[in-house]
Every structure is written in C-alpha cells, then in structure tokens.
Design a protein around this ligand. Sequence first.
Ligand SMILES: NC(=O)c1ccc[n+]([C@@H]2O[C@H](COP(=O)([O-])OP(=O)(O)OC[C@H]3O[C@@H](n4cnc5c(N)ncnc54)[C@H](OP(=O)(O)O)[C@@H]3O)[C@@H](O)[C@H]2O)c1
Length: 384
Amino acid sequence: MNDSNDNNAGINMPRRGFIGGVGLTAMAAALPSMAATERTNDSSSTVKTPAPGLRRLGGLEVSEVGLGCMGGSGYYYPFPGKARMISVIRDAVERGVTFFDTAETYGPFTNEEVVGEALQPMRQKVVIATKFGFSYNGTERTGLDSRPANIRRAVEGSLRRLRTDYIDLLYQHRVDPKVPIEDVAGTVKDLIAEGKVKHFGMSEPGPRTLRRAHAVQPVAAVQNEYSLLERSPEKNEILAICEELGIGFVPWGPVARGFLIGRFGEGTVFAKEDNRAGVPFFFPDAMKQNLAVYDLAHRWAQRKGVTPGQLSLAWLLAQKPWIVPIPGTTDPWHLAENLGAVNARFTPDELLQFRRELEAIRIVGERAAPGTLAMSDVEAPEKK
Ligand SMILES: NC(=O)c1ccc[n+]([C@@H]2O[C@H](COP(=O)([O-])OP(=O)(O)OC[C@H]3O[C@@H](n4cnc5c(N)ncnc54)[C@H](OP(=O)(O)O)[C@@H]3O)[C@@H](O)[C@H]2O)c1
C-alpha cells in the first residue's frame, strides 16, 4: 500500500511546465499560486485564501477540501519535521479547513501524535478521521488484522495519540480477507454506542463488502484513490454505490501524489525509499505517456486562470457534491494553493468536453505494485 512504507527521502526533480510554462503572475488574484519562484520571505499567512464551503459525508459535515496529514510522517520527499507539520495543520484550521486525515499506520503511530498535538487546542472545531486495520510487532507492521479485539486496541491507541475522547470518522484501512465485514461493522457500531467513535468509514473496499457493511452500520464515507490519473472508482461501482446509499466519498491522492501539480517530468528519478519510486504510473516509459494527463490539466488551467493542481482538485469537486478531496501537503504555500481550488468552476459543457479529452488519453501502468493493489477492492468472507 502506498501509504505504508518507510519514511526515507526521495529525490524531487523540477516541475514540468509548471514554473516555466504557466504564467503564474497572469493568474487570477483570487486563486493564489504558490510556485517556489514566487515566494518571498513573507509568511504564507499573508496570502488570503477563499474560505472553503461545507459538504456532507453521510451524516458528517466537513469543509469541502480537507487536509491529508500523512506526509507529516514521511512518505514523500522532502520530509517536513513535526514542528512544520503542526504549523501547516493549524494554518489550515485558520483558513477554514475542518477535516483532517490520518491513520494508525502512518509512521506508524507518529502521525496521529502530530495531528493530536496540532489540533488539541481547537478539537471541538474540527473533524478528525483515522484508520485501523493492521497488526504490529512494536513499530513493525505484521499484516492485516480487523478482528474486533484489534480494532479496539487500535482505537484506544488512536484516542490517546490524538489527545481526544472521540474519533469523528473511523475507517477500516483495508478489508481483512479473513474477517467477515459484519464483525468489523458490528464492532464499530458498538464503539459508536460507547461514544468513542462518531462515524464509520471504509477505504478501498470491494463493492459487495461496502453494501454489507452499510447494512450493519451506515458508512459515512469511502476513501479511495481518485484523481485525473486514477479513475478506478468510476469503473468498479464504488462511486455508484456511494450515490445510491448516500455515502460520501473522499479521494486520496487527489493531485496524484504531486504528478498533477507538475512536480515530475520525463527525467524524474525517485530515490528507492520515496513511496513514488514503486508506483508503475511513474516508471519512465509510463511517465512519458502519462504526462499527457498533466498537459491536459495544464492547458485547461491556463485557460481558466488557475494552476494545474487547482484545476485537478476543482474537477474532483465538480464530479459530485458529496466528494471531499484531502490533498496532502506539508507546505503552507501549497496548502494555500490547494484551497484556491474552491474558486475554480467548470460549466456542465466544460465538464463534458474535459472528460472527452481526458478519456482520449491512454494511461499506462498502475497506481501501485501488484502486492499493494491486491489489498484493494477486496471482498470480506461471508459470516457463517
Ligand atoms: N486510504 C488510503 O489508503 C490512503 C493512501 C494514501 C494517502 N491517504 C491519505 O490521503 C492524503 C492525500 O494523499 P497523498 O498525500 O498520498 O497524495 P496527494 O495529496 O495527491 O499528493 C501529495 C503530494 O503532492 C504534493 N503537493 C500537494 N499539493 C501541492 C501543491 N499545491 N504544490 C506542490 N506540491 C503539492 C505534496 O508535497 P508537499 O508536502 O511538498 O506539498 C505531496 O508530495 C494523505 O495525506 C493521507 O492522509 C490515504
């Protein structure tokens, strides 16, 4: 799984077409563009961003753009350090973000500590989402484990590290092929009755398993990878089931891990420890072809006076009113840029035209290595 590897450095190569190609100074003033070339010594807090509106994920109300906090514990180079991540999280609250995403397995454990410390002073104002689903030997992850006792162990640890007495949204991180989903949903239902959890979520479930879980305990949100580059939720029924059952949808990887920002080019080499080094979409031959998706976003961004990242997030927001992307960033300027996406709009005709152009692009490779992909779209065993 690409959110679960070690926390070592990678190499970032220059953006393709972003710094050089997009006329940043020509962009609409209301949509801040935070390219490194435009930064001054001023703090990003001087940059005004539009306050995000609110959206519903099942019974939960959140800001229409959330913050993915995983990068605060490594994964993508450069690594920020705890103090900077805490400051980015608090900056996000100041800017109107109310939805923060973490997981037991980020670190493992350390990301929840960072999020907990950052949000403790404003706990009542925010929605914290975390995830369970793995077992550990110390800090070594030993496998999937969604047995009820392990869910309870995870929740007690998450509550402690998050410095709170309730978790707003608790996701199963990946379906455990050994545990009936009725047992998982039943355990979360009990935790909700006990007041320790407010809402239930699932990440990358199989479609039948999602329906079965929802029948036991209504699912507020599904969190799957979804972006201009990775559109499997459109094809594997998950978005359709969410619409049918009134479940919200939270795209992770909404800027394709930096690809849609223009951070990579044909010559990009990731250090082997950077999570993206193992992503087949970014292998050299695939990258060469897949950059056509970035080029499309870049072209439309220029036309609309926004950045490619903003265009990519705005496209997700325009798909359904119950979709809430959680771009991950460890950088205050990037945060400000991402929030600018809420001002970018597509007309219905533009959406159709954009989709025609997008679907004409042949995307090469996969979003993860086969072993990691095998943990997605999994159906839980039947309850005997
Ligand atoms: N459920 C799951 O299985 C799963 C899996 C992975 C992630 N997640 C969650 O989803 C969140 C988002 O996914 P993700 O972080 O994998 O992918 P992402 O949000 O698509 O991309 C994050 C990457 O893009 C860069 N970036 C973001 N905005 C930028 C901007 N405006 N300008 C330049 N660079 C920018 C970030 O670098 P900087 O830090 O330098 O901005 C980081 O390297 C995570 O934080 C995590 O909470 C869930």
